[in-house]
Write a protein that binds this ligand. Structure first.
Ligand code: CAO
Length: 451
């Protein structure tokens, strides 16, 4: 057996970067230069390819690990693989459409992997799942394939964008993330010809959405204006939101939960725990109540995978957090195993990190269901967009004291507005109504979860 070790190569200015994707698993046959993992710094993501061909015998990193130059990534058995010779010289990193901090993979040792491609950190977005399917090898461009980094190819695949129809705006026609976004926007507007320079999908033939073009208005004609570019997170999360809004047949059910007793208990809990420094808000109870509802209706905790449903046996709850950089979704892991105080403490910590822009990719990945609470701000009901590949999301607004008929008279009760958006491919209206009704019952009386 000819064992080969592949280490992280010189990654430029970064001391440590986080592993955000594992692109191979034990037993996989890899080619030299095939990407093994994706790592991410606070500024960029990059794929680290193998310096050798071989069969993966050991994978020594996992999602969320911090790695640096020299960290051992995989061990390979190169015996049975033809052409298992190491890459003679490190492949030059692909040119990138956006400025990237790692410009070159310098003096890569023979057994280290060259950095193949650097791209804007598509993983660190608010509404994007950062976990990738366990095995999704990326293919280096060759022959007539369009010029684009593996990350850009992956992004295009996720959006269903045909790369050969996209015009690259980078050096030598290289396709960047923005080109993919521009293309998908053009398709949405039924105007693929402007981007693709092709007449393959004229508006109205069903290949695009057949929509009329986006209105082009010279706003300055009507008054003074100021133009400001969108932030990085807004740009990337926008593409994810668009995909989720367009691709998921989503329906929203609205309901109210009577939280009169629960609110009194919450206030009492905060009084009793004043010294702990942990503040309990309604969101912690909502997380716990949602776990109970997800356990009772497991299809809400599933994901579509082709013609199959993947039921997750863990309950990781994402919650939308409003931050100066845009919307982020930290994930509270194993909510089923935690009490309200622990959930509140962890939520406070995650929300703080989100606002400071310090969330790691691992802290934003793996959610099975998401809650978007505007309870601290206001509003009545809204229609949240599902965070794919999840199949449902709960929107919550501010509770109000309302007159509720108790059979004899109107009684003042504290009512919490709930808006559940669900994927109609997986869930039907009756199940959604039952989910909301059960959630309302649990919030009205938590003893139900013991039944
Ligand atoms: N009804 C009434 N009051 C509520 C409430 C509700 N449903 N939910 C929270 N509140 C109260 C809290 O009790 C707290 O009151 P005090 O200041 O008197 O203690 C106040 O509102 C502020 O709460 P909070 O927002 O700090 O805490 P939270 O746990 O409810 O939420 C977080 C935390 C991070 C989710 C929230 O700060 C946030 O960012 N929300 C915005 C999410 C968002 O943008 N969603 C939209 C996504 S789609 O674009």
């Amino acid at each position: 057996m000819a064992m080969m070790e592949v280490n992280v190569p010189d990654i430029g200015d970064f001391d440590e970067v986080a592993v955000i994707e594992l692109l191979v698993k034990v037993g996989d046959k890899v080619r030299a230069e095939q990407s093994l993992i994706t790592v991410e710094s606070d500024k960029a993501s990059m794929e680290i390819p193998s310096s050798h061909a071989g069969v993966v015998t050991e994978l020594l990193v996992k999602l969320g690990d911090k790695v640096k130059q020299g960290t051992l990534i995989v061990k390979l058995d190169a015996t049975e693989v033809a052409g298992a010779a190491p890459v003679a010289a490190p492949a030059a990193p692909s040119a990138v459409a956006t400025p990237a901090p790692v410009a070159t993979a310098t003096a890569v040792p023979v057994v280290s992997a060259p950095v193949a491609a650097v791209s804007v950190a598509a993983a660190s977005v608010a509404v994007a799942q950062v976990t990738a399917p366990a095995h999704q090898p990326t293919v280096a461009p060759s022959g007539d394939l369009p010029h684009a980094s593996p990350s850009v190819r992956k992004f295009a695949r996720e959006l269903g964008v045909p790369l050969n129809e996209v015009k690259g705006s980078g050096p030598k026609g290289r396709i960047g993330l923005e080109d993919i976004q521009t293309f998908s926007r053009a398709v949405m507007a039924g105007d693929t010809r402007t981007q693709a320079q092709s007449s393959k999908a004229p508006a109205g033939d069903g290949a695009g959405l057949g929509l009329i073009p986006w209105p082009k208005v010279d706003f300055a004609k009507f008054g003074p204006i100021e133009r400001k570019e969108l932030g990085r997170i807004q740009k990337i999360s926008g593409a994810n939101l668009l995909r989720n809004a367009v691709m998921i047949p989503a329906v929203t059910n609205h309901d109210d939960a009577d939280i009169t007793e629960l609110e009194a208990f919450r206030v009492l809990t905060n009084k009793e725990n004043e010294k702990s420094g942990v503040k309990v808000t309604m969101l912690a109870f909502l997380i716990k109540a949602c776990v109970a509802a997800l356990q009772k209706f497991p299809q809400f905790n599933s994901s579509l995978d082709g013609d199959a449903l993947v039921y997750k046996q863990y309950w990781h709850i994402g919650f939308a957090a409003d931050t100066p950089n845009g919307l982020m979704v930290p994930v509270l892991k194993d909510a089923d195993k935690k009490g309200i105080l622990q959930i509140s403490a962890e939520m406070g910590e995650l929300a703080k990190k989100a606002r400071e822009g310090k969330l790691s990719p691992a802290e934003m990945s793996g959610a099975t269901f998401t809650i978007s609470s505007l309870g601290g701000i206001g509003g009545r009901y809204f229609t949240p967009i599902i965070n794919a590949p999840e199949v449902a999301i709960l929107g919550v607004c501010r509770s109000n004291m309302e007159p509720v008929w108790n059979g004899k008279e109107f009684e003042p009760r504290l009512m919490l507005p709930l808006s559940l958006t669900w994927d109609h491919r997986v869930i039907d209206g009756a199940a959604a109504a039952r989910f909301n009704a059960y959630l309302g019952q649990v919030l009205a009386d938590f003893r139900r979860v013991m039944l």
